[in-house]
Every structure is written in structure tokens, then in C-alpha cells.
Design a protein around this ligand. Structure first.
Ligand SMILES: [Zn+2]
Ligand SMILES: [Zn+2]
Length: 288
């Protein structure tokens, strides 16, 4: 069993990269991909922990991209995480996140929710500051009863304190991954929105034109009908099928590494297929 979609506290997960790898090992996984949002900060630590634990760690990323159908997430596998051009491009995204946070605080304060950026940054500890951290501080300070309420009333898209942030267009997100030697995969297609299979097919055709190489088929929120649809799209466009749990840490969202909500299973040979795409895309001889 493997898991090709895992977050650490380098983005919005709760476990450090090393803890995440050890957790995967205890759960009996043979490989995992570390795919933090718009950052590769956790990759080096995860790779080192993987060597110690005897488990394969795939260096990865999950990049958010703008598209008229909705926000897309593009996973990148086997990226060269030290690549200078990649680092420069990711810095632009980190900058966009950092610029957004004070604007959220200002908006919340206008609405009478008097929390500070310092409180939110303390909550995030070492990782990226994101909306879940704002939500937790709002709960602690008694402005809302739960993280869910914080999102519903203030932070979710369209709510009164929602501030959008800059994202790459889809073609640039894919190029960012491919140029760093990575395999580019469309994450959780079901989450893009309630689109018809015809619309989704058009989207996949467009993204394949930009260099997309895979589609996330196995995912906790995918129904078996959706899984079948994504498999058929993979066949039609010659894409590799991938899968993962979108694990964000222990006791988060009821999602466990490897098994998701209990029924997820990503077979080992998925990883072999991804590796072959890497060889094909980078023109390098396969091998670790
Ligand atoms: Zn995602
Ligand atoms: Zn994710």
C-alpha cells in the first residue's frame, strides 16, 4: 500500500515531515509522496527520514491553479526540489500567501473579530499560515464555537472575510512541475466542482495539452462512479492513474494515511507507472 498525497506541517498538516514518514511506516506503507501546498520546504527532511525508516519518499508538491471552472490542484511527483527556477516560482506563491494574511486580519477586525496576526502565526508554529489557523484562534478567543463555524461565517470562499490570493494559471502550474523534472497530475477532480463528465473531459483535454501526465483516481471523496469516470479519462488521454488520502495529520478530518476514511487502497504498481512517466518526461534513465 502507498499514499501519493500527504501534507506535513511545512504546509497545513499537523505532523512534521519526519513524523509523517514514521507514521506512514508504522501504518505499513511502502511509499508516500510528500505534497505540501505551494512549498517543498518539508521534502529534504522527509527524504532523510525515509532513508532512516526504510520507506520510499517521493519528493512532491501540490500547486493551486486558477481556472474558469474553479481552483485546480496540480500534484507534482519526483520534482527536483532544489531546482533554483522552481524555488523562485514557488517564492511568488509564498509571497502571495503572506500578503493575504494581514488583509484577512484587517477584514476580520472591521467585522468585530479582534484577533491579531501574531496570534495566528503562533498557532501555525513553523508551517505556512493558512485559514485553519485563523479559525483556531477565532475559536480560542470565543468569536465562534468551532472551526467549521469560522469557515462558514467568515473564511470560506464567498464569506465576509474571504480574501482571494494570487494563483498560477493552470498551464504555468503544470510547467512549474515539468520544468523541475516532475510528473504533473490533476488532484481530486471531484473537488473542482459539480461539473458534467463532458465539461471535465474538456478540462482534461486542455490540461493534457499543457503537459498534464496523470489524474488522481483514488481519493477518499471519490465515489466509485467518479473513480470509473476518471479511469476512463486516464485511458482516453493516456494519463497515469494516481491516488492518495490527502492526509493532514492524525485526528484531522477523519482521514488516515494510506487508508483515507477506511476504504482507500492505492496499489504499489501505481508508483511504478508514475516513475515511468518521469523517465519519459525528463529523458533520464529510470532508477533511484
Ligand atoms: Zn488539494
Ligand atoms: Zn492536498
Amino acid at each position: 500500500m502507498i499514499d501519493l498525497h500527504v501534507h506535513t506541517n511545512a504546509s497545513d498538516g499537523t505532523l512534521s515531515p519526519a513524523e509523517t514518514v514514521r507514521h506512514a511506516c508504522r501504518r505499513g506503507l511502502s511509499a508516500l509522496a510528500v505534497t505540501d501546498h505551494d512549498t517543498v520546504e518539508g521534502v529534504a527532511e522527509a527524504l532523510a527520514a525515509g532513508i532512516d525508516a526504510g520507506i520510499e519518499v517521493v519528493p512532491g508538491i501540490e500547486i493551486s491553479a486558477e481556472h474558469h471552472l474553479g481552483t485546480l490542484h496540480v500534484l507534482g511527483y519526483y520534482i527536483h526540489h532544489d531546482d533554483q527556477r522552481l524555488r523562485g516560482r514557488i517564492d511568488v506563491l509564498q509571497q502571495a500567501r503572506n500578503e493575504r494574511n494581514p488583509r484577512i486580519i484587517a477584514r476580520l477586525r472591521e467585522l468585530g473579530v479582534a484577533i491579531t496576526l501574531e496570534q495566528v502565526e503562533r498557532e501555525a508554529e513553523t508551517g505556512q499560515v493558512g485559514r485553519p489557523h485563523f479559525a483556531k484562534v477565532m475559536v480560542q478567543q470565543g468569536f465562534v464555537r468551532s472551526v467549521r463555524e469560522a469557515f462558514d461565517r467568515y473564511l470560506k470562499k464567498g464569506a465576509c472575510a474571504y480574501i482571494d490570493k494570487y494563483r498560477f494559471p493552470a498551464d504555468a502550474a503544470i510547467a512549474c512541475i515539468r520544468d523541475a523534472g516532475g510528473v504533473a497530475v490533476l488532484a481530486h477532480p471531484a473537488i473542482i466542482g459539480p461539473h458534467s463528465s463532458a465539461v471535465l473531459q474538456e478540462l482534461v483535454a486542455e490540461l493534457t495539452g499543457y503537459g498534464l501526465q496523470g489524474i488522481e483516481v483514488y481519493y477518499p471523496e471519490h465515489s466509485s462512479a467518479q473513480q470509473q469516470l476518471y479511469k476512463s479519462l486516464a485511458r482516453r488521454f493516456g494519463l497515469v492513474e494516481t491516488g492518495g488520502s490527502d492526509f493532514h495529520g492524525t485526528n484531522v478530518n477523519g482521514i488516515e494515511i494510506g487508508t483515507g476514511r477506511g476504504s482507500l487502497y492505492v496499489p504499489d504498481d501505481v508508483l511504478q507507472a508514475v516513475r515511468e512517466r518521469r523517465s519519459a518526461s525528463a529523458g533520464i534513465v529510470r532508477g533511484v
